[in-house]
Design a protein around this ligand. Structure first.
Ligand SMILES: [Zn+2]
Length: 289
């Protein structure tokens, strides 16, 4: 009895002094918690826990409350542990699934790459060139389609204009035409087709011209300006020059080029202006009418 703490010890001692008929004769081990868990009470005698508690309820409120609370805590902790364990299990299963998927994708990609390399290595130089050219053409075509369908793309002429498809037409010095000629009136405003950075230069062929590098790396070139406009950072629709016939131009027009992905990659810009330059005069109509 020396291990029993103060109040509980005294109360149990009191209980033991009660007539034995007051307690049911059930042999089992019982644990009574006190407010101090290190001093839990193990009772091993011919008495069930329940009648003991019932009998002691007046003098052992602390022990009863402690027992009930401990039991509640244990139950909720067991529930928590069980649900945490099942959550952990399903999280681990999901993670495993994802890892397997990633591994599959990487393995497939590796297999495809090595197959592609094998096939590519086995090709003749001519076939390889054709393949590369095919990929290049597809990428240029999708760039043109992107600009045609863009709602932000602005016709580079801020006035009525006329034009036709002259892509590839022969030009002086054995060159071929790498743009579209947008005919208009002298000093008609020229507009930035997209957001970008504009710089100006002069040479004997293009006369006064602009370079526009778009945020996505695309490059636009315009030639034969009568005067320059806004320089540096511009937004689509800003005035970046005025129509003229400087350089080797025959007649007032803007020579306009589009290079997807950067300079030295001119593609036919006719479909772009055809889609976006809606204030367009027919080829047999004078702009001065
Ligand atoms: Zn031209």
């Amino acid at each position: 009895m020396s291990r029993l703490p103060g109040l509980v010890g005294a109360s149990v001692a009191l209980l033991l002094a009660l007539p034995s008929t007051a307690v049911a004769q059930v042999s089992e081990r019982s644990v009574v918690f006190t407010s101090d868990p290190s001093r839990a009470l193990v009772i091993e005698r011919d008495a069930g826990l329940l009648p003991l508690i019932e009998a002691a309820s007046d003098v052992l409120p602390l022990a009863v409350a402690g027992l009930a609370e401990a039991e509640t805590r244990y139950r909720s902790m067991a529930r928590l542990l069980a649900s945490a364990r099942s959550r952990q299990r399903s999280a681990a299963a999901a993670l495993l699934q994802v890892n397997r998927m990633v591994a599959d994708i990487v393995r497939d990609a590796d297999r495809m790459r090595s197959t592609y390399d094998d096939v590519f290595d086995g090709l003749s130089e001519t076939s390889r060139r054709q393949l590369r050219r095919g990929a290049h053409t597809r990428s240029n075509r999708s760039a043109v389609v992107r600009q045609i369908t863009s709602a932000d793309w602005v016709c580079p002429i801020g006035a009525r204009t006329k034009f036709r498809d002259t892509w590839g037409a022969p030009r002086s010095g054995g060159r071929s035409h790498e743009g579209v000629d947008l005919v208009g009136k002298r000093h008609d405003p020229l507009l930035a087709p997209v957001d970008g950075v504009v710089s100006y230069r002069w040479d004997s062929v293009g006369g006064r011209s602009f370079d526009l590098v778009a945020a996505d790396g695309d490059y636009y070139y315009g030639a034969h300006l009568s005067a320059y406009g806004r320089e540096g950072e511009v937004e689509a629709g800003d005035v970046i020059g005025y129509m003229g016939d400087s350089g080797n131009a025959q007649g007032v027009h803007l020579h306009f080029e589009y290079h997807p992905g950067g300079a030295q990659n001119a593609v036919n810009p006719y479909p772009l202006v055809d889609a976006h330059c809606t204030d367009r005069a027919g080829s047999n109509v004078s702009l001065y009418d």
